[in-house]
Design a protein around this ligand. Structure first.
Ligand code: HEM
Length: 299
């Protein structure tokens, strides 16, 4: 399972139960100092399931309660808004986000073959433009996490979601199926949460979208200069950016270029050598991942 899940899981435990609990949790799962999870790595599914079991014992909450809460937290926390900006920022409703997630999760596996993301299928709900039937298939059977993520997506856009699980893999069904209805409250008490969730003033929304446009221009430029195989280091990527896009001021700042690479990585568009033995940030290589839709390049 992708490191982003492990990092946000520990963030959730800390914010929900406090740092003492997190320390007990790390002790319980044998996670030493310096072994905290990284978003750039992939870890075993067993580690996550053992972690949920340990957290359940320590917090006296059922595993499903924790997974549900965590799914909601996943969609609303700032790290996801930042790292998954490439996936999130051009989408303006929970239903559209859910519809985009099948391809988006599939693409993640093209960036890293150790990632085995969930499979989603969709069907329209007759006479219900805001409704949707969803099927979910994953060997991990994390349907409470999925329900939390759908509710969190709705909250992200100032909406509400009603989610009914109709069949469940845990009860022997081949897939979980859901009937989902999204509702937007009639009073416009919230502005769009598309760029990070939460309440935003119109001036803030305008500022956020300008900022995102600049970030996206940089990410598009980075994608354009990356090779399709072998990969280049961060400093070589910077050199290529400067040589190709002469007026791109951001190219001079490694941290900002790295942020753009990370956004592309979390959309599954860029692969890296982060999981190879001896990995270090300075020598880590990046290249374009194959595209799930078969296209050669987006630009
Ligand atoms: C409507 C929105 C979303 C839903 C319903 C959803 C659902 C899920 C579920 C249920 C899983 C658990 C894996 C499993 O069941 O096997 C998962 C994994 C994951 N999701 Fe999402 N997700 C959503 C949005 C996102 C976004 C915006 C990102 C941003 C990058 C993301 C990144 C991931 C990653 C990296 C994994 C781990 C994949 C793996 O290692 O197998 N998801 N998602």
């Amino acid at each position: 399972m992708h490191g982003l899940v492990f990092v946000t899981w520990e963030k959730y435990l800390t914010e929900r139960f406090g740092s003492d609990l997190l320390n007990e949790y790390r002790h319980a799962i044998g996670e030493g100092i310096g072994e905290t999870p990284l978003t750039s790595r992939v870890y075993s599914d067993e580690l996550l399931l053992a972690g949920v079991g340990a957290a359940s014992r320590l917090t006296r909450q059922t595993p499903d309660t924790l997974l549900h809460e965590y799914g909601r937290y996943f969609m609303l926390n700032g790290l996801i808004s930042r790292l998954c900006a490439y996936l999130l920022n051009d989408i303006h409703s929970a239903r559209d986000l859910l519809l985009a997630m099948s391809k988006a999760h599939e693409q993640m596996a093209y960036a890293d073959e150790q990632v085995t993301p969930p499979l989603f299928g969709y069907a329209a709900m007759p006479n219900e433009p805001n409704g949707l039937y969803l099927t979910y298939d994953s060997p991990r059977k994390l349907c409470p996490l999925l329900i939390g993520a759908i509710e969190g997506s709705a909250e992200r856009y100032g909406e509400q979601a009603q989610v009914f699980e109709q069949t469940c893999m845990r009860e022997g069904a081949p897939t979980c199926t859901f009937a989902i209805r999204f509702m937007r409250p009639s009073s416009p008490s919230r502005q769009t949460g598309a760029l990070g969730g939460g309440l935003s003033q119109p001036s803030q929304v305008a500022w956020q979208s300008e900022r995102w446009e600049a970030q996206r221009r940089l990410a598009d430029a980075v994608y354009a200069i990356l090779p399709d195989a072998d990969g280049v280091t961060l400093s070589e990527a910077q050199r290529r950016l400067r040589a190709t896009f002469h007026d791109l001021d951001e190219a001079a700042r490694p941290f900002i270029v790295l942020e753009a690479i990370n956004q592309l990585r979390h959309a599954g568009w860029v692969a890296s050598s982060a999981n190879e033995a001896g990995d270090a940030l300075g020598s880590r290589r990046y290249w374009r991942a194959p595209r799930a839709d078969g296209e050669k390049s987006a630009f």
